[in-house]
Design a protein around this ligand. Structure first.
Ligand code: NAD
Length: 269
């Protein structure tokens, strides 16, 4: 693939009307987070890629730089570690020159019905998927003020945040919580001119879903139930994330965008 020139990148960026500020992407070492970092780099936005997987984060940043010629930093940050977050956010802002965007794509899943739930798996799921989004957002106001108008947050929820699955107790709780958190932060940030939204993906072809795909018939059944008859690629989630972070979405805040190939639009019967 021929890397686009800086000029082409700047042109695309202008067309999309995005702010040119840096974006922090958690879980950027894989799946949806990586695709979001690449989509943002494509339109010239600097990205800070955080993950607990050093190799994945470094690789994402390298692709952003090599393919899109954009500014990309990476760091190993465990988003469940609140103290680490407080130090790492200003570092990311310094490294990128500005921080005017945040995508919370770090996430963990795990099948467990309520009768088998234990404290440890509950806490891990809630701390990574939900608490981290709050703890990062609480230190974003200052860098967002410095970055100026157009700053924006996108939290990754799930269709499991809209509906219940017996096997995903902690995951459903965390993703429903993300939607409540998103609305609360949106209200707080709106007074400063900043927007906050969530994306609810359906099934996406990433490492998170691989264990489920290994179950006999799971993928085929899912595809059959989905009106678009397939699962999403990570890029198909990344582009709506990029849209919500851009000025094209300048009057959209406090809401979620479902990106599920129509799965939740159909009735159960
Ligand atoms: N794949 C799907 O079908 C799907 C559907 C709906 C929602 N989602 C959500 O999208 C988000 C991204 O998931 P994905 O499918 O790309 O999965 P993925 O496993 O490919 O990526 C998740 C990334 O988060 C990182 N991570 C996990 N714990 C972390 C921690 N404590 N600190 C920092 N990073 C950490 C992982 O190392 C990994 O790189 C998650 O919130 C997930 O719940 C995924």
């Amino acid at each position: 693939m021929t890397p686009p020139s800086q000029g082409a990148s700047a042109h695309t960026h202008q067309r999309l009307g995005s702010p040119n500020t840096g974006v922090l992407v958690t879980g950027g070492g894989s799946g949806i987070g990586r695709a979001a970092a690449l989509a943002l780099a494509e339109v010239g936005r600097p990205v800070a890629v955080w993950d607990i997987d050093a190799e994945g984060a470094e690789e994402t940043a390298a692709i952003c730089r090599e393919v899109h010629g954009s500014v990309a930093e990476w760091a190993v940050v465990d988003v469940a570690d609140t103290a680490a977050i407080a130090e790492a956010v200003p570092r990311a802002a310094d490294a990128l020159g500005s921080l005017g965007g945040f995508v919370h794509a770090a996430g963990v899943s795990g099948a467990m019905t309520v009768d088998f739930i234990d404290d440890e798996s509950w806490d891990t799921t809630l701390n990574v998927n939900l608490r981290a989004a709050a703890m990062i957002s609480r230190v974003l106001l200052e860098p967002f003020r410095q970055a100026g108008p157009g700053s924006s947050v996108v939290l990754i929820s799930s269709i499991e945040g809209l509906f219940g699955s017996a096997f995903l107790t902690a995951y459903c709780a965390s993703k429903g919580g993300v939607l409540g958190l998103m609305r609360s932060i949106a209200h707080r940030f709106a007074g400063e001119g900043f927007r906050v939204n969530a994306v609810c993906p359906g099934a996406v072809d990433t490492p998170m879903l691989q264990p489920a795909f290994e179950l006999p018939g799971f993928r085929a059944q899912l595809e059959e139930r989905t009106p678009l008859q397939r699962v999403a690629t990570p890029d198909e989630i990344a582009r709506p994330i990029r849209f919500l972070l851009s000025d094209e979405a300048s009057f959209i805040t406090g809401t979620h965008l479902t990106v599920d190939g129509g799965l939740t639009s159909i009735t159960a019967i």
